[in-house]
Ligand binder design. Structure first.
Ligand SMILES: Nc1ncnc2c1ncn2[C@@H]1O[C@H](COP(=O)(O)OP(=O)(O)O)[C@@H](O)[C@H]1O
Ligand SMILES: Nc1ccn([C@@H]2O[C@H](COP(=O)(O)OP(=O)(O)O)[C@@H](O)[C@H]2O)c(=O)n1
Length: 233
């Protein structure tokens, strides 16, 4: 049951590198507060899946830019059952595959891709009746700079790799060292790109989740939202 009902829509931006707990935290916070939930990484993954499925060379930024307006990406924002489709096809499973993960940083660095997906994210946030928790890499800095609360999650590379390889076990078994290397490589690409790199907004609250349980992180973020909303009552 939601613990609070927003009088005016509340916008929460949660950014940070891979494996810091953005998706799990954002979903749980949205459920607790009765808000929508948007996983913006899933949108970049969906765009990447479409490029790979249609034979576009993801290492050719001009080819990616030229094709970027073609796919129709639709995100369902119910935190209990988020959905993502491309041209009507449910892509929630294939976008988590290793091929998409390896290509997504190259596709998401292309300015035309970012412009299109940013516009989509802003319209989804504007239409959320009670408000929304939006998680990604550049939400607090670029997509929703006027968010009511901005959180930047961090965790040690070791903790992040352990969380990720725990998820992959049995599916695409990857050892800890190679998971850690892949995460670090993706972080460097995401933080180093020219257009809207992953960054902590100046007014974001940084939460190091290395030694925290998911429940503790959720309680911390819910507390921060309630703190921000109090003066408005
Ligand atoms: N504070 C935490 N402690 C331990 N495991 C966590 C914590 N937060 C998230 N996880 C787990 O780590 C994995 C990655 O979390 P996820 O929310 O997908 O991270 P992100 O969206 O930042 O990549 C998931 O399996 C999740 O259950
Ligand atoms: N706001 C965002 C969100 C994701 N992304 C890109 O999308 C990729 C996948 O994001 P994700 O959130 O699904 O990644 P994980 O942290 O779940 O592994 C990132 O590595 C970025 O390249 C982005 O550029 N901007």
């Amino acid at each position: 049951m939601p613990t609070a009902v927003a009088a005016t829509p509340v916008i929460v931006a949660i950014d940070g590198p891979s494996g810091t707990g953005k998706s799990s935290t954002s979903k749980a916070v949205a459920i607790r507060l009765g808000l929508g939930f948007l996983d913006t990484g899933a949108q970049y993954r969906a765009m990447t899946w479409w490029m790979l499925s249609n034979g576009i060379d993801v290492d050719d930024p001009a080819a990616v830019a030229a094709a970027s307006a073609k796919p129709t990406i639709v995100s369902g924002t119910d935190p209990q059952a988020p959905t993502i489709t491309v041209d009507g096809t449910d892509v929630s499973v294939p976008i988590r595959g290793r091929e998409v993960t390896a290509a997504v940083s190259a596709v998401s660095a292309v300015p035309e891709v970012r412009a299109r997906i940013t516009e989509l994210q802003r319209s989804i946030a504007a239409e959320a009746p009670a408000g929304i928790v939006v998680e990604g890499r550049d939400i607090g800095t670029t997509v929703l700079p006027n968010a009511d609360l901005k959180v930047f999650l961090t965790a040690s590379p070791e903790a992040r790799a352990a969380r990720r390889s725990g998820e992959l076990r049995g599916k695409e078994a990857a050892d800890l060292a190679s998971t850690r290397e892949a995460l670090i490589k993706r972080d460097a690409a995401d933080a180093g790109r020219k257009t809207s790199p992953m960054a902590k907004a100046a007014d974001a609250v940084e939460v190091d989740t290395t030694e925290l349980t998911l429940d503790e992180v959720v309680a911390c973020v819910v507390g921060l939202v309630e703190e921000r909303r109090r003066p408005l009552r």
